[in-house]
Write a protein that binds this ligand. Structure first.
Ligand SMILES: *Cc1c(COP(=O)(O)O)cnc(C)c1O
Length: 402
């Protein structure tokens, strides 16, 4: 579509990467259920092969993601973790070091702490608690090593929704010629676009908001052309390709991304505000609330704050489990970003492998519940929480506190 950079989010989500409007052609990208494609006889011409990420379904989604993120180039892969792994491997090789913020998805921590060392790379983490401004510049600068090859952030961070000072990381990264890589899964390009802040690569678990229906595993990496070309090299070599039907589902999900995000954002704010006034709730973590430690930055940078709301119950983990069991509309399952609301306790899911004292340092306190709100009506979600939390109010403090 002409001049797509000027169009609005929803227009881009629907139209970017669309096919040419020849009479008789399909309006929707067909599923190219083909592993390979006819070649040109000219030696050295481009080859299309599904594992190369050059299936027309991949190209359509990559183009849409470029428009949404404001990226030069994008690659679609088989999962969010594949996106993370390939993005890092594109920047760092054996003997290199990755410097990351401490607040990270459990799967990312696993990759950094378990797999990179096995490949001859090292990773270290900044201290917990997002510093801002000059303090953040100093935190990144002092932790840099001569062998550091990339800076890694997750904005917002799972599950406390901390918003790291990306501008500080970008200042330090560009001063030292180091690429800044951002996992923006929790934001989606509708709420926040790290490349506009100077990040070099952004990646997503497209399993979450981008796909939006909890029916596929996928990942996307977007950013500077030469780095994305290197990600594509890794995809070709390691092979975590997304199958054509999966890409097609992703393209279908992306068309409604902007309207879904509007509802996730609305629900997040409504539920967070309601929870903050509830007597069984000790703390609510939502960047859209003034009580969130990074609210000011979130208000400046974000178009909306998403559907993930974290809360801490007075009664500890037992109360959190009791509440989860009583929920009727909200399902107890990991993941986020789908149209249906899912509830989980990070202690038993994404952060299972993280020691308890480390979890507490990250802000995952006893009684921590993560709500991944879907696009249902806010009043029904609040009604479900109301009935699930009500019995906690009548329990004596001794019974409720283990
Ligand atoms: C889910 C998730 C991932 C991993 O994505 P998969 O698609 O499950 O591989 C990475 N980062 C964040 C923030 C996530 O929520």
């Amino acid at each position: 579509m002409p001049d797509s950079a000027r169009a609005g989010d929803s227009t881009l989500a629907v139209h970017a990467g669309a096919r040419s409007a020849e009479p008789g052609a399909a309006v929707v990208t067909p599923i190219y259920q083909s592993a390979t494609f006819f070649m040109d006889y000219a030696p050295g011409s481009a080859v299309s092969y599904t594992r190369y990420g050059t299936n027309p379904n991949h190209l359509a989604v990559a183009e849409k993601m470029c428009a949404l993120e404001g990226a030069e180039s994008a690659v679609v892969v088989a999962s969010g973790n594949a996106a993370c792994a390939l993005a890092l491997l594109a920047c760092v090789r054996a003997g290199g070091h990755v410097l990351a913020q401490r607040e990270l998805y459990g799967g990312t921590l696993r990759l950094l702490q378990r797999e990179l060392p096995a490949l001859g790379m090292e990773a270290s983490l900044l201290p917990a608690g997002a510093a801002a401004g000059a303090e953040a510049d100093a935190a990144w600068s002092t932790a840099l090593r001569p062998d550091t090859r990339a800076l890694l952030l997750e904005v917002p961070a799972n599950p406390t929704l901390r918003i790291a000072d990306l501008d500080a990381a970008v200042r330090v990264g560009s001063a030292h010629g180091l690429p800044v890589v951002v996992d923006a899964t929790f934001a989606s390009p509708i709420n926040f676009r790290p490349l506009e802040h100077g990040a070099d690569l952004v990646f997503h678990s497209a399993t979450k908001y981008l796909g939006g229906h909890s029916d596929l595993s996928a990942g996307v990496v977007a950013g500077r052309r030469e780095l994305v070309a290197e990600v594509l090299e890794k995809l070709v070599s390691f092979g975590p390709v997304l199958d054509p039907h999966g890409v097609w589902l992703l393209e279908r999900g992306l068309r409604t991304l902007a309207v879904r995000m509007r509802q996730h954002n609305e629900n997040g704010l409504a539920v967070a505000r309601w929870l903050e006034g509830h007597a069984a709730v000790a703390r609510v973590l939502y960047p859209g609330l003034p009580s969130h430690p990074d609210h000011a930055r979130a208000a400046r940078w974000f178009g909306g704050h998403g559907g993930v709301v974290a809360l801490v119950l007075h009664g500890g983990d037992e109360a959190a489990l009791r509440c989860a069991r009583r929920l009727r509309l909200m399902a107890y399952a990991p993941s986020l970003g789908g149209v249906e609301t899912l509830v989980s306790m990070p202690r038993y899911t994404s952060h299972q492998a993280v020691p308890l004292d480390e979890q507490r340092a990250l802000g995952i306190d006893d009684g921590f519940l993560r709500l991944a709100l879907g696009i249902e009506d806010a009043r029904d979600l609040i009604g479900d929480l109301e009935q699930a939390l009500a019995p906690e109010l009548t329990r004596s403090p001794h019974a409720a506190r283990p």
